[in-house]
Design a protein. Structure first.
Length: 478
């Protein structure tokens, strides 16, 4: 058998391998692994557990819960213990001239008693000096304070409760965004892996095609330009293979980044159904579902109510407050109990700042402006969500339509390549026509692969826009 004939038959075998390889890259692979949905769900659960951004946001929920506890604690009495021991020296004094005032009278009375033959009975008195500061002093007490009327406390509690709700919905919003990114990231990785498989199948064929053409050229069957064309096609597809390999590596690194894993961790392959379809509903239903379920809208609703509560809090600061106070302890120069040392007081405390230059009224206007701003932001986000749903639905429908066209194009390209292969074996078409048929087949298969995964990615984006599906978020401690 002549070398050229042997190479032609080898090329026939590789032609069949190309068609089989391309079909396997696009169809359902028997050894691909678990179904696509199961693999994605597991990666989503892992990401919701380990993602650093989501974990950091959960700490914000804990902070808001602690702030609510602090606001509620103001309803309860406050008890404190205080002790003071003082050593003093110097300071101001009070001079009491008792001797100067009483001694002349006492002396006169004593003289009268002596004149009557009696003993003097009135002592001489010294002037007194009293220090304002005791040389030693201690004050030990237990203080109890309890608010009776304070409108600012319930307003602050309502504001903090709404802020806690807003942080919880923000946590959910970040979780849904992470779920979408993980899903789309994994689909892109799968698409690049399948793309690389399609391109590598073409590389195998073009390598054999180059060997056949070189053999035919050596035997004088074809001219050198056909060899050069075969080599150029091989180099072009080899470049495509390298680009596909790089794309797969980048997609893998990005997904591992979302999962908080080493960037070069291997990913699990999944079984993708050959027939991919879109799941949609009427636009009005999807919009209503988004308005009912999107956590961003619920977050802004809580923030609006929190801003309104802040306005009430600022207004409450304009009113007087009433509180109850009780103190009990010991005082004196020594630490001792009993009469002369023990003391207790009970008080009703009223506090009303009736003039502060307009600072609190300015705070009311500021809080009211924040509330109106938040309400406006919610209205704007409502329109954005409706637009996002419409755009996501349009992109999904377009991708689904393109998938049918891409499948028909790929089937036509396969049939055309089979015909071109038979003609090539019979020597009735040129090398250029054969390579064009091969390029058309590879392009059609690549387009079908991209379009199929594009439909899946667009479906994930529509599910995110409407907040569809469950979100297995780990619970946050309160």
């Amino acid at each position: 058998m002549r070398p050229a004939t042997r190479h032609l038959r080898s090329l026939i075998g590789f032609t069949g391998l190309l068609i089989v390889g391309l079909a396997q890259a696009q169809g359902t692979l028997a050894d691909a692994g678990r179904p696509l949905g199961a693999v994605i769900d597991e990666y989503v659960r892992e990401g919701l557990q380990s993602n650093l951004s989501l974990r950091a946001q959960s700490f914000e929920v804990e902070r808001s819960a602690a702030a609510l506890d602090a606001a509620q604690a103001r309803y309860f009495p406050e008890a404190s213990f205080a002790a003071r021991y003082t050593r003093a020296e110097g300071g101001r004094t009070i001079e009491l001239p008792l001797g100067d005032a009483l001694n002349p009278a006492y002396q006169t009375l004593n003289d009268l008693l002596v004149a009557q033959g009696q003993a003097p009975q009135f002592p001489l008195v010294e002037n007194q000096t009293i220090n304002f500061l005791r040389e030693r002093e201690q004050d030990t007490r237990i203080t109890l304070r309890m608010p009776l009327i304070n409108p600012a406390i319930p307003a602050a509690v309502r504001a903090q409760r709404e802020l806690l709700g807003a942080s919880e919905y923000e946590h959910q919003a970040l979780g849904r965004l992470l779920k979408r990114d993980i899903t789309v990231g994994y689909l892109r990785w799968l698409a690049t892996v399948r793309t690389q498989g399609i391109v590598d199948a073409s590389v195998a064929l073009l390598n054999e095609n180059l060997r056949v053409n070189e053999s035919l050229h050596r035997n004088g069957k074809i001219t050198e330009d056909q060899v050069l064309r075969a080599r150029a096609e091989l180099l072009a597809v080899t470049q495509q293979s390298r680009e596909a390999q790089n794309g797969a590596a980048q997609a893998r690194s990005y997904l591992n980044f979302l999962l908080n894993r080493p960037l070069d961790t291997a990913l699990e392959n999944a079984e993708v159904a050959a027939n991919v379809s879109a799941t949609t509903r009427a636009l009005a239903e999807l919009r209503q579902a988004a308005l009912d379920n999107r956590p961003e809208l619920a977050q802004l609703a809580h923030l609006t109510r929190a801003s309104e509560a802040q306005t009430r809090l600022a207004k409450a600061e304009l009113w007087p407050t009433l509180s109850f106070g009780a103190d009990g302890g010991i005082q004196g120069e020594e630490y001792q109990f009993g009469q002369g040392s023990n003391y207790s007081t009970i008080s009703l405390l009223i506090n009303w700042t009736f003039f502060d230059g307009g600072a609190r009224r300015a705070a009311v206007r500021q809080a009211d402006a924040v509330a109106r701003k938040t309400a406006t932001q919610r209205d704007e986000l409502t329109q954005q969500v409706q637009l996002e749903v419409q755009q996501s639905l349009d992109r999904l429908n377009t991708s689904a339509d393109l998938l049918a066209t891409a499948a028909a194009r790929a089937e036509a390209a396969r049939a055309g390549f089979r015909i071109a292969s038979r003609k090539r074996d019979e020597g009735v078409i040129s090398q250029v026509e054969f390579i064009d048929a091969r390029s058309s087949l590879t392009g059609a298969e690549l387009n079908l692969n991209v379009t199929r995964f594009e439909v899946l990615a667009r479906q994930a984006e529509l599910d995110y826009a409407t907040a569809a599906g469950t979100l297995p978020l780990p619970s946050t401690p309160h």
